[in-house]
Design a binder for this molecule. Structure first.
Ligand SMILES: [Mn+2]
Length: 365
């Protein structure tokens, strides 16, 4: 009697093992995660059944927005590094979906880091989005990508997912600040290279902690990172900003799209770019060329309105240029250009909310 029960139990156990062994690879291929299936990037307990079945690791690309800035690059590099340390064996790969600008190149070089890998299309790839959460600003093919996680410091931009995901959005000065907070929460000390690039990300996005977006969290993160690396944030910030401000030798048609961001408002596509400079010389001297290039860009891409904010970071004011139909420009109050916006420094905080409200009222009215 006892022998029979034991035999039946053994049979059941063997069948269970066989079934588990056969079905797991299929579950992977069909992308239907079961509670017991561990896939790289799922943030589950990795390796618990690796002795039974060996699964080919699926890379997860940690990627920032189009026309990447230093915050996007820094956040991708540093967050991938953190996840690779927390979840060993899961390949988190820092990525970008556009060319590096001069400032980011300098920041990577200073840190002694490689450039993130260029991803032109994320179709069917697994991704973690950093420094953005809008389809219009994301890598091509995002609609069919599997978004695993989002880390950001912008307005909520309407990305939806099928699975529940970690979505961390905080109104701080940079995404690099949030990544630094994640390191501290996980009690992981960033490697000196990573600390250096995080510092660059924060200092770049907050213009050396002077932007209106700067919070205590950003200051704390800068203190922590500069203390650890021995890098003086004042001089490092100044050098970074000057790299970003250097406008000589770059054609106007490139400058006006260098960090352009696209938004959908009431179903209409709008573009807003920003150029940082240290005086009113650039907007005054290049009025005509900015207008011509902006008109071409707006009509060529079919935007309802295209805006370039030329921000004088020393006098803390912005010169606005816009292209669109005369009727719309008139209603927006942009008939006479450039429009002087005193105190406007941050596109997302000082400009976008009031612009979007006005734009939506005009479209609805
Ligand atoms: Mn940012």
């Amino acid at each position: 009697m006892n022998k029979q029960i034991l035999f039946i139990f053994t049979l059941i156990a063997i069948s269970a093992l066989l079934i588990a062994g056969c079905t797991q690879p299929q579950q992977m291929a069909a992308q239907t995660p079961q509670p017991t299936t561990v896939t790289p990037g799922s943030h589950g307990l990795s390796g618990s059944n690796s002795s039974v079945v060996s699964l080919a690791p699926v890379p997860v690309y940690v990627i920032g927005h189009r026309q990447p800035d230093t915050d996007s690059i820094a956040s991708a590099v540093a967050y991938a590094a953190l996840l690779n340390r927390i979840y060993p064996g899961s390949p988190y790969i820092p990525a970008r979906c556009g060319d590096l600008n001069a400032e980011s190149e300098y920041a990577l070089q200073t840190a002694g880091l490689e450039s993130p890998v260029l991803i032109e299309n994320a179709h069917n790839k697994s991704v973690i989005l950093v420094d953005h959460n809008e389809y219009d600003q994301a890598v091509k093919g995002i609609e069919t990508a599997e978004i695993k996680e989002i880390m950001d410091h912008h307005r909520l931009g309407g990305i939806t997912t099928l699975n529940p995901i970690r979505f961390r959005n905080e109104p701080v000065g940079s995404t690099a600040t949030i990544i630094t907070m994640r390191y501290r929460e996980e009690q992981v000390t960033p490697a000196p290279k990573i600390a250096s690039i995080l510092l660059a990300g924060i200092l770049s996005d907050t213009l050396g902690l002077r932007m209106s977006t700067t919070t205590d969290q950003d200051k704390k993160a800068v203190a922590y990172l500069s203390n650890m690396t021995g890098i003086d944030p004042k001089s490092f910030g100044k050098t970074l900003i000057n790299k970003g401000l250097r406008l000589d030798g770059i054609p106007i048609r490139e400058l006006i799209v260098r960090d352009v961001k696209e938004y959908t408002l009431q179903g209409r596509n709008v573009s807003i770019a920003q150029i940082m400079t240290d005086s009113d010389q650039f907007p005054q001297k290049n009025k005509k060329e900015i207008h011509e290039s902006l008109d071409k860009f707006q009509t060529g891409h079919g935007y309802v309105v295209s805006i370039v904010l030329v921000t004088d970071v020393i006098d803390q004011r912005t010169y606005l240029f816009a292209a669109g139909t005369p009727d719309l420009l008139e209603k927006l109050g942009y008939a006479e250009q450039p429009v002087l916006l005193e105190g406007v420094m941050s596109r997302k905080l000082d400009f976008f909310p009031s612009f979007a409200q006005k734009f939506e009222q005009i479209v609805q009215g």
